[in-house]
Design a protein around this ligand. Structure first.
Ligand code: FES
Length: 132
């Protein structure tokens, strides 16, 4: 079934279970990490969409223990991206499987341009992501 998801470009990364756990205001996303189990552990991710966001955003709790925020739009054909489980890589959900590192640099596949990356700042249990 995984190949079928790839054909249709269906992302494996969940949306937040509780949409109240994040806000978007004045160009910044704020996530309440204590209430967001989707990204509690290194090697997890959540995707943020809607609420007036100018771009879809993938928030990754990396294998390096840090939080990374990237535009959730593969630079090949615009499909969503996911973490590649068990690695420090990000992979497009489409059949072409472009891969990137946490800094958005393309590593393989059809995409040749980097992903847009946003500054993510952790303060206590709140993560702030500045867009633009
Ligand atoms: S859209 Fe991502 S590899 Fe084609």
């Amino acid at each position: 079934m995984k190949w079928l998801k790839r054909i249709f470009g269906i992302s494996a990364t969940p949306l937040p279970e509780n949409d109240d756990d994040w806000t978007f205001e004045d160009g910044s996303i704020r996530l309440q990490l204590a209430q967001m189990p989707e990204i509690r552990h290194p090697g997890s991710a959540v995707r943020l969409e809607g609420k007036g966001l100018p771009v879809r955003v993938l928030v990754v709790h990396g294998q390096d223990g840090r939080f990374h925020a990237l535009a959730n739009r593969c630079t090949h054909m615009g499909r969503r991206i996911d973490i590649l489980p068990g690695t420090d890589r990000i992979e497009c959900c489409s059949v072409s499987k472009s891969t990137y590192d946490y800094s958005g640099q393309p590593l393989g596949g059809a995409a040749k341009k980097p992903l847009q990356v946003f500054t993510a700042t952790l303060s206590d249990t709140e993560l702030t992501i500045k867009l633009g």
